[in-house]
Design a protein around this ligand. Sequence first.
Ligand SMILES: CC(C)(COP(=O)(O)OP(=O)(O)OC[C@H]1O[C@@H](n2cnc3c(N)ncnc32)[C@H](O)[C@@H]1OP(=O)(O)O)[C@@H](O)C(=O)NCCC(=O)NCCS
Length: 161
Amino acid sequence: MNIRRAQPQDLRAVVRIERASFADPWPASLLAWYLQRPDGLHFVAEEAEVLGFLLALREEGPLAGVHVHNLAVHPSHQGRGVGTALLQAAIGEARSRGACTVRLEVRTGNDKARRFYEQRGFRVVQVLPHYYEDGENAWAMELPLVRPAPQCCQEPADPGQ
Ligand SMILES: CC(C)(COP(=O)(O)OP(=O)(O)OC[C@H]1O[C@@H](n2cnc3c(N)ncnc32)[C@H](O)[C@@H]1OP(=O)(O)O)[C@@H](O)C(=O)NCCC(=O)NCCS
């Protein structure tokens, strides 16, 4: 299996996997918007064909992190380590860009995904009520990234002190 950066040309495969993975798939136009973002941390896993994808963006601000917006592996390739490899690629890229955390949301009904993330170091930090259009709540999950630089993740100094 090869992990590489996703490109706009991967749209057709990404749409196919999205539709096979979710009951409420994102529209192709939204997936295309992500794939065209030059600042995205977007990856695909492939063998003879694309098996799965991850879409993430860097957040702005002093406590900047990376936000995983979408991760899906085609159902016929789940349980083979594809999701783990995609997540590791995004976490590695987040570290190299100096991010302090990796964040994401999971439907509270998606126990499989929640366990998947917890077993990879993520923790639930918040419940987001009615986060999804159909009214379902989300778990907000976070993975802190330990960095050698001591200033990482510190609040900006209070000018009054
Ligand atoms: C959640 C999801 C991305 C995980 O992807 P995946 O490719 O199935 O994940 P992995 O194969 O890396 O890991 C899943 C399990 O398979 C096991 N596994 C890993 N490599 C394996 C291998 N080579 N052979 C067999 N099993 C393996 C892992 O141990 C893991 O089990 P664990 O979580 O108990 O540790 C995938 O299930 C999915 O696309 N779900 C639908 C969409 C979704 O819910 N996305 C998340 C929205 S937030």
